[in-house]
Design a binder for this molecule. Structure first.
Ligand code: FAD
Length: 382
């Protein structure tokens, strides 16, 4: 078994990490404090090609494989120490642009993918609702056919990039009684009459990523904006599952773990108590070792899923196993890292305080840890 990465993959990850450290890191503390979005930063990220890495070149991306994408986005999160901005980037790419690439018609792909892959447009996925989270098949936003249009009515909740999105992939049901079998995916452009941004939500973490409700009131969407088939909306997100769990959320979690481990080691070497660096104390070393073991295991599980995707295997089961592991481990790693920093870790001027808050999203977003373990066990016991 060959575990090595190619020199090109390592060089690309280094380039992305350097960019993130130089361009994104300097302003993250301010953006986190104020909960603000910087369109200029987004433009620079787009210029580097990061808004559409895996999208094929003919649609404006780079056609980057899953393993290289995972490494690059991990490096982005590590270098920037800004998991929030990465959440926006990942949501734009992996739960909006990638499903469009995998399931859009040729016409939809030609029309939308170049704008999304370049970052000219920001994308979002509108699935979750006030009454439908883990039970996504229970969505209540309706889509009623009316001639050449569908009329959408309902409210979406917790939508990453909601306030800034130019295009939202909206899940609505054509028949609530059919549950998952009624769910249909629609492209809704900003400015479509009847579509508006609701409350902007004030979050504990990932504050550099804007989140909001979205409201649809008799919103008329052309029937040609249906993505894939009517009643098969979940197919688009299911087919993007390895990208979502094995690459997107994995890279954010790994990047946080790597950054916190690096910072904790540095602090343990330089902070002196009882006349010696705290890193000499075994109980501090124990935390450092635990962080490294969790990081390596999480990385291996994620790389396995990404590698399977690149090698023509399914990888969805493995991506769910990876998510079930790294989402909980990144929270533990954040806790250990903060403890190594003592009182300083509790202060806002240290990145570990921010990442401790950011890490807590991972067992919630993209399918909670409980749901992930349900998926793993039901695959084992079907
Ligand atoms: C910052 C942020 C960004 C987000 N971005 C997006 C986005 O861009 N687009 C989007 O569509 N959604 C987004 N979400 C929504 C996210 O996917 C949901 O929060 C998540 O799916 C959980 O749904 P819920 O919050 O309604 O929790 P609930 O489903 O109400 O779950 C509450 C608790 O019950 C548990 N639970 C529920 N069902 C079961 C079960 N069958 N067995 C065991 N335990 C169960 C859960 O694990 C959890 O612990 C975002 C959420 C957040 C916080």
């Amino acid at each position: 078994m060959d575990f090595s990465l190619t020199p090109e993959q390592e060089a690309f990850a280094r380039t992305v990490e350097k960019f993130a450290r130089e361009e994104v890191l300097p302003s993250v503390e301010h953006r986190d404090e104020t909960g603000s979005w910087d369109p200029e930063l987004w433009r620079k990220i787009g210029e580097l090609g990061l808004c559409g890495l895996p999208i094929p070149e003919e649609y404006g991306g780079s056609g980057t494989d899953a393993v290289t994408s995972l490494l690059a986005y991990e490096a982005f999160t590590k270098g920037s120490k800004d998991p929030g901005l990465y959440l926006s980037l990942g949501a734009h790419l992996f739960i909006c642009t990638v499903p469009l690439w995998l399931h859009g018609s040729e016409e939809q792909k030609r029309k939308y993918l170049p704008k999304l892959a370049s970052g000219e447009w920001v994308g979002a996925l509108g699935l979750t609702e006030p009454n439908a989270g883990s039970d996504a098949a229970g969505i209540e936003t309706t889509a009623r056919r009316d001639g050449d249009y569908y009329v959408l009515n309902g409210t979406k909740m917790f939508i990453t990039n909601g306030p800034i999105a130019d295009l939202v992939l909206v899940m609505a049901t054509v028949d609530k009684n059919k549950r998952a079998g009624g769910v249909t995916a629609f492209i809704v452009e900003k400015g479509t009459p009847g579509f508006s941004v609701g409350r902007e939500l004030n979050k504990m973490g990932h504050r550099t990523s804007p989140t909001s409700e979205l409201i649809f009131e008799d919103c008329r969407v052309p029937a040609e904006n249906v993505v894939g088939e009517v009643g098969k909306g979940f197919q688009a997100t299911t087919d993007a599952l390895v990208w979502e769990r094995g690459v997107f959320l994995a890279a954010g979690s790994l990047g946080m773990m790597a950054a916190m481990l690096e910072d904790a080691i540095e602090h343990a070497k330089t902070r002196t108590q009882f006349g010696q660096p705290i890193g000499r104390f075994q109980m501090v070393r124990d935390k450092i070792a635990r962080m490294k073991v969790a990081y390596d295991a999480a990385r291996m599980l994620s790389l396995r899923a990404a590698w399977m995707k690149d090698n023509g295997r399914d990888g969805k089961f493995e991506a769910s196993i990876a998510k079930a592991y790294y989402a909980d481990e990144v929270v533990r790693v954040a806790d250990d890292a903060l403890q190594v920093f003592g009182g300083y870790g509790y202060m806002k001027e240290y990145p570990v305080e921010r990442m401790y808050r950011d890490a807590r999203l991972m067992p919630i977003g993209g399918g909670t840890s409980e749901v992930q373990r349900l998926v793993v066990s039901s695959m084992l016991m079907k």
